[in-house]
Design a protein around this ligand. Structure first.
Ligand code: TRP
Length: 333
């Protein structure tokens, strides 16, 4: 049986937080363990060059991301796990896609507009053509399912357009329906974790350390951050901060506790201090193994390097084949 191909990448941003975990990583690991897919998971290090980090910062966050994926349960025996830059075909196909993508379409991308605002002094061409490289990431492996968050849907739609533009411009005798199949977003209803201090906004590290709980946080840190979490300053049932803590209890704690606190919230007997302690305890417990494994792996950088280079070798077999076809189709081979 041929399994559908899934591809996804998570931008390296330093230590992963519980919003990244429930919103992406956990889902990827579940998909891996279902055994139903042929999976490619990669670290988009070429994409990270569009940001403003120094070389050392970049090296550091890439290493941490690899370690944290593995510590969270990503299994390099089950998925092809690699760094984008180790497979130069990404950049090559990205260039070819740049040459068929109208500027006007890239100008519509909301992530570009947001990022251009965030990094006013560094609005580079790479930031602008980022979606063409992302299309290359996906189509290089003929992935048909792309598990991403809402902010990436527009990019996957553009990838479908790019596949179509390519197919129309470069017809393939061997693939009368078009060389590239159009990929789809694999949408799963994932919990949306909010910031501890601004619970109407998405949990995000850019606001500051106190807004997030990192998977690597030690129990005392988790407790301290949760103590400061905003609850129901204006009172009343359904306050965003309280809902957020209940969501965390539901995902990290046991079902009975969650039931008790939900009921207490509804009848007004809830004590936020107790809720915070239970949430802190549940999260600390949930990531015990993760923290252990992370420390072990951080001490073995060569092993991480080997895992990524084995992954890149596997990926290159497919990437190479696609590029041989593509070079012929566009007339450069
Ligand atoms: N753009 C994605 C993000 O910002 C990361 C990414 C790069 C990606 N290439 C991809 C995700 C291909 C899925 C498929 O998170």
């Amino acid at each position: 049986m041929i399994k559908p191909t899934i591809l996804s990448g998570i931008q390296p941003t330093g230590n992963l937080h519980i919003g990244n975990y429930l919103g992406a990583l956990k889902n990827i690991i579940n998909l891996q363990n279902s055994g139903e897919y042929d999976m490619y998971i990669f670290i988009p290090d070429l994409h990270s060059l569009t940001g403003s980090r120094t070389a050392n910062e970049r090296r550091e966050i890439i290493a941490i991301l690899a370690v944290e994926f593995l510590a969270a349960g990503l299994d390099p025996e089950k998925v092809t796990f690699f760094a984008q830059s180790h497979v130069p075909e990404h950049a090559e196909l990205g260039w070819i896609f740049n040459c068929i993508t109208p500027i006007a379409e890239l100008e519509r991308m909301t992530q570009y507009k947001d990022k251009a605002q965030q990094q006013e002094k560094n609005i580079n061409a790479g930031l602008f053509t980022y979606p063409a490289l992302m299309a290359a990431d996906i189509l290089l492996y003929h992935a048909t399912q792309v598990p991403v968050g809402e902010d990436q849907i527009q990019h996957v739609e553009l990838t479908r357009d790019i596949a179509r533009w390519f197919n129309n411009r470069y017809p393939s005798a061997n693939h009368p329906e078009g060389y590239f199949a159009e990929p789809k977003v694999l949408l799963t209803d994932l919990p949306k974790v909010k910031s501890l201090l601004e619970p109407t906004k998405k949990m995000s590290k850019s606001k500051g350390e106190g807004h997030v709980i990192e998977l690597a946080d030690e129990p005392d840190v988790i407790e301290r951050k949760l103590k400061k979490a905003v609850t129901a300053s204006e009172g009343g049932i359904g306050a965003p901060g309280v809902e957020n803590l209940l969501l965390l209890l539901k995902n990290f704690g046991n079902a009975e506790l969650y039931r008790q606190f939900s009921a207490a919230e509804k009848d007004g007997s809830i004590r936020y201090g107790d809720l915070k302690i239970e949430v802190a305890h549940s999260i600390s417990e949930y990531f015990v193994d993760f923290r252990e494994k992370r420390k072990e792996l951080l001490a073995r950088p060569n092993e991480i390097k080997n895992i990524l280079s084995t992954g890149a070798e596997k990926a290159r077999i497919v990437a190479n084949k696609t590029m041989n076809d593509v070079r012929k189709l566009v007339g450069i081979s």
